[in-house]
Design a protein. Structure first.
Length: 233
């Protein structure tokens, strides 16, 4: 059974999310504070986490950073009343996979959690129908190990989140091809994703910081202006 951590200090919202998740077949851990959420995570690994930003004590952004340092695979959704573009970008830049603002649709939240859990299951090697063969994709000095879910540059592993890894997978499977942002969004987040296409740009910026020698002058993840991005191995 997939396990989801819900960290939300407003009891009514936390219980609403937890109830709907349990009805959908998830195991749910509930925490009113970031500190309690970390205690629960230290005892039980979760497939995904829903984190409110405005928490007493440690806020949701700091909690997200702390969780991501220890677990690159867990799916993280930031949930907040803040709708400013800068807050969304901050949340995604520190390691969140997705960002939703209140008020929110419970069915939409469930759909996003399910998409995140599918990625985590794939990354952990959980059984799936028609599982793809184990492969290592090579592009220049880069090697993408699809079994271990690790990207290597010059033989050195690069720590990627699962979203970042899936973007690299798309690039390696389409070398030299300009990929429109919407194709990347659909390929990684799913065709029924409700969010903003700008989430792609934020993750591309994060990837460039990790794989480019000079992120401000990228040589591998190239921008195709007015369209999307192209991989140059």
């Amino acid at each position: 059974m997939k396990r989801v951590l819900v960290v939300e200090d407003e009891t009514s919202i936390r219980e609403l999310i937890a109830l709907n998740l349990r009805m959908a077949g998830y195991e749910v851990l509930e925490a009113p504070t970031a500190e309690r959420g970390l205690e629960l995570l230290s005892a039980q690994r979760c497939d995904a986490a829903v984190l409110d930003v405005m928490l007493p004590g440690m806020n949701g952004f700091s909690l997200c950073e702390t969780i991501r340092r220890d677990d690159s695979a867990i799916g993280i959704i930031i949930l907040s009343a803040k709708g400013l573009e800068s807050d969304k970008i901050r949340g995604l830049s520190i390691g969140a996979d997705d960002y939703m603002t209140k008020p929110f649709s419970v069915s939409e939240l469930l759909a996003r959690i399910e998409a995140l859990c599918r990625r985590v299951a794939r990354a952990s090697g959980a059984p799936a129908d028609a599982a793809p063969p184990e492969t290592r994709l090579v592009s220049g000095s880069f090697v993408l190990d699809e079994k271990a879910r690790i990207l290597y540059k010059d033989g050195q592993p690069i720590d990627l989140t699962q979203v970042e890894f899936q973007i690299m997978e798309l690039f390696f499977q389409n070398p030299g091809t300009a990929l429109v942002r919407e194709k990347i969004l659909e390929g990684v987040w799913g065709e029924n994703y409700y969010g903003d296409v700008k989430i792609v740009d934020v993750n591309i910026r994060r990837l460039r910081m990790k794989i480019e020698d000079e992120p401000s002058q990228p040589k591998h993840i190239l921008t195709v202006w007015g369209y999307g991005y192209r991989w140059n191995g």
